[in-house]
Every structure is written in C-alpha cells, then in structure tokens.
Design a protein around this ligand. Sequence first.
Ligand code: BJW
Length: 243
Amino acid sequence: MEVLSTARNICILTGAGVSAESGVPTFRDAQTGIWAQFRAEDLATPEAFARDPVRVWEWYGWRRSLIGQVEPNPAHRALAEWQSAFPGEWTLITQNVDGLHQRAGSAEVIELHGNILRTKCSSEDRVVEAWPETDEVPPCCPHCGAFLRPDVVWFGEMLPVDALGLAAEKSGSCDVFVCIGTSGLVYPAAGLPSHAKAMGAFLIEINPDPTPLSDLADTCLRGKAGLVLPELLASLRSAQKQP
Ligand code: BJW
C-alpha cells in the first residue's frame, strides 16, 4: 500500500481483537466476549469494587492467570518487527491491558487502559510491586492499608493523563493512523481515529467486521490481524526492495 511505504509518521491503535488469536477473549463478541458472560457494572467500575472487592479481585486474578498462559501472536510480532524496521516516527497506542505487545518486542507502548499485570493502591493510586504475604482478599496497601486493585481503567474513571495526552499528540501529528481490532465504541480512545483524520491523517482499519470507525476510514482491510499484518509487512518489505 503506497501510503504506508511513503509515510514518515505512523500511529497505530490496537484493541482486544489483536490479542484474540492468542486466546484472550475480546470484550464484545456476542458469544465469547467478556461482556457476553459478565456484567461490566458488576466488575469493571469503581462502584463494583466498593460493593464487592473480593469478587472483583478474584475475577481479575482469574483473567491475569489466563493471560499468563498465552503467547503473543503473529499480529503482535508483525507490529514489533514493523516498528523496529521503520525509519520514521512510530507510535503504538493500545487499549489492551495484557502486555502482549511488550512481550512481542514492541517498545514505548502507550497503554491507555493500564495493565492487568500491575497492581495499585485503590486510595493513593500508586503502583505497588510487592506486599506482605497474606490470606486477605484483596490484600492491603503496605503504605496506607487501603485495598489493592488491578492497575486498569474502569468505566467512569479517567485515563492516565500522560498516556492520553501523548496518544492525542501523536494521533494529531501522524500521516497514517491504523486502527486494529477495536470496536471503536469506548471513549476517549475511540475518538483518536477521528482526531487523526481531522488533522489530515490517512485512516486504515484492520478488522474482520465493520465498526463505527469503518465509514470514517479511507481503507478497510477485512480480516484477522494475525493474517493481515504479516501480509502487509511482507508487501511493504518487497516494495522497499523494488528499484
Ligand atoms: C479482530 C479479531 C482479529 C476480533 N483480528 N480484529 C463519549 C460518548 C459515550 C460514552 C462515553 C464518552 N466518553 C466517555 C464515555 C463513557 C465510557 C464509554 O466509552 N462508554 C461506552 C462503552 C458507551 N468511557 C469511560 O468510562 C472511560 N473513562 C472516561 O471517559 O472518563 C471520563 C471522566 C471524566 C471525569 C471524571 C471521571 C471520568 C474509561 C473507559 C475504560 C474502559 N475499560 C475497559 C476495561 C479495562 C480493564 C479490563 O480489562 O477489565 O477497557 S472496557 C473494555 O473496552 C476494555 C477495552 O480496552 C475497551 C475497548 O474494547 P476493544 O478493545 O475495542 O474490544 P471489543 O471487544 O469491543 O472489540 C474487539 C474488536 O476486535 C471487534 O471489532 C472485533 O470485530 C475485532 N476482532 N477478532 C482483528 N482476530
């Protein structure tokens, strides 16, 4: 694709679809999605944690162990290879909390919704690396005694200010913006593609299914990220070899 071979500044936004082929369920698939089986209001809001911290802590423990058993897939690896070979400015923004981009070798990943593998204090917001062994569920912050919680962004919570600011800045200055495996329903992340487009970027969507972003996109590549991205990378490499 010519626009990608000539781009100087590329910005990528990924969502749960990129990790689907690793075996991590997406959120909104009608059959297998997390929200098809669990209610977000019961598990992914500050109010849910206040009501039932044990349930929320244990549910995240289950998801963390699931993620611990999977591996990055060809989509994660293709993005890491693309980044390391790219001569210009490259930005990878993810809504995913699973750390699979980093495990595949991507650097400086902007995590908009946190990381499920980190834990933070529910009162002071600071990341806590270790806490005394305990039978308490959830365990308590060793500094202030408040419950510990996963370092993810729940509905109704602000996104990390630095990450969102950097994501908005990079989206607004790229030549090409590529949305991969996201339903484009959750804001403010879902506003980044239209921001990029309004600032002049060429918008590409990679997703097997249409989304609200599809009408805005200049090109839609319909297919699984684990197939489309390695093919795209191979065609960019062969275009580079042409005299
Ligand atoms: C494939 C594939 C394959 C499958 N290859 N593709 C403006 C308008 C309307 C509402 C709002 C608004 N602004 C804010 C809101 C409210 C809310 C929101 O957006 N709600 C909407 C759902 C209506 N937003 C918030 O609450 C956010 N906070 C906020 O705005 O704060 C403001 C504030 C101001 C002042 C005071 C306080 C606050 C926070 C949002 C946090 C989202 N959190 C979650 C959970 C993270 C933790 C956890 O994992 O438990 O983040 S929800 C979930 O959705 C998760 C995801 O990151 C996020 C996005 O989902 P994603 O990645 O798009 O996944 P899916 O499943 O939706 O889609 C997968 C796609 O992949 C599909 O399209 C498939 O087709 C595709 N696919 N296989 C490629 N192989």
